[in-house]
Design a protein around this ligand. Structure first.
Ligand code: HEM
Length: 392
């Protein structure tokens, strides 16, 4: 965070807890009271860290580092009582959270360590001010506000740095996964194309039938490669849908035409005329239904039944695509709509995550039920258009 924004944030938090110049004066006046107890408090702070392996493991420099850290902590506590809560003060607090992320310290340890330190400071104030209870109570209140503010800044820094690092790591991991998946998916069809081109160039007097077979193979594999690229670009730019009322039947028929079931598949489509139109982006829902049909067909390499059924459920229309295929193991069921997750030997693992993303943008949802060995049912819940369908 840039220094100016950080300072503004601190001022805003000060206003929130009701921090005033009187609080600052009270804390400053307590300095001589707490000073003698600080070395013992700091020793206790690090002794407690020693007792907790997960906190201790972040201290890798042994006694030398602990000695330095004790000096750092003493300076940090000292600044609390100095009364200069300027931009530099806030930046130093911010750095603590940042540094803790760097060393891999879980923020919970800072929270509990601060609680321990707070208890120690309270005790030393009580000890030093036995005869002045009203002043004691007010000073403890002011000190608590200050410690809360410090912790808020440290936590804020921790969270932003932690998230920034997580995002960077996740982005790189995703990029690696996508690159690996794309390379794998494109290499196969390209190799087939290469082999067929080689054959056509070099075969001595190939029969017209052989030539035709290789041309078809090239065509099929170029389409496969094109499919990989379409899946990626579908994922990369899912435009905002244009929601309009559309009848489902033509969407289903078009999706079937684009993904024709093989000869061993018995397809049934049930879309009664009383089913209302749904509010959706026709092209986008077409992609979803196409993806579901393709998945169903992939799940039934030896053929089986494909049933596409639309029914009304109050102000929603449910469209289910059921297959009698291999089904999905229960441990995979929760993950199949995650991007890049696939149980197939081929494919990028984007089809269902694209489907979910599109359906949600079209104000719907998608659910799956499956029984291994029996088949799966994917159900889209879409919004019914309130007006009745015009009678034809
Ligand atoms: C009230 C809670 C805590 C405060 C106020 C605090 C304060 C600080 C400060 C001021 C720094 C130096 C930041 C810089 O480089 O500018 C630091 C670094 C560090 N803190 Fe903390 N800390 C707290 C809790 C903890 C805990 C519970 C651990 C547990 C191991 C810990 C371990 C470390 C380590 C290892 C460093 C890096 C030190 C180095 O550069 O060698 N801190 N902390």
């Amino acid at each position: 965070m840039d220094p100016q924004t950080l300072e503004e944030r601190y001022r805003e938090l000060q206003a929130y807890v009701g921090w005033t110049a009187r609080d600052a004066a009270r804390v400053a006046a307590a300095r001589p009271i707490v000073a003698p107890s600080l070395p013992a408090l700091i020793d206790d702070f690090y002794a407690e860290i020693e007792r907790h392996p997960k906190a201790r493991q972040t201290i890798t420099g042994g006694a030398e580092q602990i000695k330095r850290l004790k000096g750092t902590l003493l300076a940090w506590i000292g600044e609390l009582f100095e009364g200069r809560y300027d931009g530099d003060y806030v930046a130093r607090r911010w750095r603590v959270g940042f540094r803790h992320v760097e060393i891999g310290l879980d923020q919970v340890y800072t929270n509990v360590a601060l609680s321990r330190l707070r208890t120690g400071l309270h005790a030393s104030l009580r000890e030093g001010w036995r005869d002045e209870p009203p002043l004691l109570i007010e000073t403890i209140r002011s000190l608590d506000k200050l410690l809360d503010l410090d912790l808020a800044i440290i936590e804020d820094a921790y969270q932003s740095e932690y998230m920034a690092r997580l995002q960077r790591t996740e982005r790189l991991a995703t990029l690696g996964q996508v690159a690996g998946g794309v390379a794998h998916e494109l290499r196969n069809p390209l190799n087939v194309v290469k082999t067929s081109v080689y054959y056509l160039r070099n075969a001595r007097g190939p029969s017209p039938a052989k030539q035709e077979e290789h041309m078809k193979r090239i065509e099929r594999n170029v389409e496969l490669a094109d499919g990989v690229i379409s899946a990626l670009s579908n994922f990369a730019r899912l435009p905002t849908p244009t929601l309009q009322p559309h009848a489902l039947e033509p969407i289903i028929q078009q999706a079937l035409e684009n993904n024709p079931p093989g000869p061993g598949v018995v397809t049934t489509v049930v879309c009664p005329p009383e089913i209302p139109e749904v509010e959706c982006d026709q092209m986008q829902i077409g992609i979803v239904v196409g993806n579901l049909i393709r998945n169903a067909l992939d799940a039934m390499p030896g053929g089986g039944g494909l049933a596409i059924t639309a029914r009304r459920d109050d102000d929603r229309v449910l469209l289910s695509v059921a297959d009698q295929g291999v089904g999905i193991e229960s441990e995979n069921l929760a993950r199949i709509m995650e991007p890049l997750f696939s149980t197939k030997t081929r494919g990028l693992g984007l089809g269902l995550s694209i489907a979910r993303s599109i359906v949600e943008k079209n104000r719907g949802s998608i659910q799956v039920e499956s029984e291994p060995g029996k088949g799966s049912v994917f159900t889209l819940r879409l919004t019914a258009h309130p007006k009745e369908k015009p009678s034809s």
